[in-house]
Design a protein around this ligand. Structure first.
Ligand code: 13P
Length: 341
């Protein structure tokens, strides 16, 4: 028997399955103040707390967005924000809309000494207590991001092992608090590596992550994976078709991700809106057995056009929401392989 009680297992599996509903995906709206600065400033939007709150309220209150969104990830600040007219905390608002609220619980990257500037992720300290508090306030799932970089000397075995083991500890703690852990081992898009190299590294990282999750007795039915799409590095000279990228991605997951995992929710990781949708669509059209829901957990690929339309001006809210619906809809369709350009 598993060490988690039957009730907790059922609860975790139900949350994970509901997030991995076919045709729906996740909005990653968990950029904390310093990160949102890099999204706001190119559009000349002032980065103050009320603008951050208003922006999220504008997104969340987009009518019908729950047709294509099963979950939204928040950062700590947004998690405790409320609607301005009726004082509803955002997690409650989302739960009432049928969208699972999630919370980012990691505390960012820190350099791994003695490596070529590789990183590990901080945030295990006090994590159980924080998770219990978030759960009490309506969170259903959590996110922890590890970053792996590719270069002639990276990733090192140390970086892979260290990040896999942190992800496993995080996942174990979340599950004990009835939060579904989204396991995010992001292989970075930075670099001039080719598609084959990204596939090799992604497979090696995922194999190590699932070994660590097994060692830590993580209940896989109550988890979700948030990986990179397998693509060439941003500075790779060689060009590949969308179909080649989709096939490399599906092959890498078939080799490493257990069938017990209900959903694989990709990050956009710097790919533009158009490519993020095209890749997801092509991935769902690959003619190989794919035992998981393959959908999106996009940040930038669901928000860039929205911010451009909004510009920090309330008068543009309707136009911004139109852009948000366009992007969520096209990715919802792509998650079923039904997006036609
Ligand atoms: P992007 O889709 O912008 O990469 O953001 C997803 C995310 O949450 C990364 O941690």
């Amino acid at each position: 028997p598993h060490y988690l009680s039957r009730d907790i297992q059922v609860e975790l599996a139900q949350i994970a399955q509901s997030i991995a509903t076919p045709g729906k995906g996740i909005l990653a709206a968990d950029e904390h103040a310093a990160i949102i600065e890099s999204r706001f400033s190119p559009m000349d939007i002032q980065n103050n707390e009320e603008n951050r709150r208003y922006y999220r309220q504008m997104l969340f209150r987009t009518k019908e967005c729950s047709q294509y969104l099963s979950g939204i990830i928040l950062c700590h600040e947004t998690f405790y924000h409320k609607t301005d007219d009726d004082d509803i905390p955002f997690p409650r608002l989302l739960n009432e809309m049928g969208i699972m609220p999630g919370i980012t619980v990691d505390r960012g990257l820190i350099i791994l000494g003695g490596t070529d500037n590789e990183t590990t992720t901080q945030g295990l300290g006090g994590l159980e207590e924080r998770c219990r508090e978030y759960k009490k306030n309506g969170a259903q799932f959590a996110k922890w991001r590890a970053l792996i970089k590719i270069s002639p000397t990276c990733p090192s075995q140390l970086a892979i092992n260290e990040n896999a083991s942190k992800l496993a500890r995080y996942a174990s703690i979340c599950q004990q608090c009835a939060l579904v852990p989204i396991v995010e081992p992001e292989v970075s898009l930075e670099g001039d590596h080719d598609l084959e190299q990204c596939q090799r590294v992604t497979e090696q990282v995922l194999a190590t992550v699932y070994k660590a999750l097994s060692d830590h007795h993580v209940y896989l039915e109550g988890t979700l994976l948030k990986p990179n799409i397998v693509t060439p590095g941003i500075n790779c000279a060689k060009k590949y078709t969308i179909e080649q990228i989709a096939e490399a991605t599906v092959i890498a997951f078939r080799r490493t991700v257990p069938t017990a995992v209900p959903g694989i929710m990709f990050l956009s990781g710097g790919h533009n809106e158009e490519n993020s949708t095209a890749y997801l669509n092509a991935i769902n059209r690959v003619q190989l057995y794919k035992p998981w829901v393959l959908s999106f957990s996009y940040g930038r690929a669901l928000q860039t056009s929205v911010l451009r339309a909004w510009k920090g001006n309330k008068n543009n809210s309707e136009q911004a929401r139109k852009e948000f619906m366009r992007l969520t809809r096209q990715n919802g369709l792509a998650s079923l392989g039904q997006y036609e350009i």
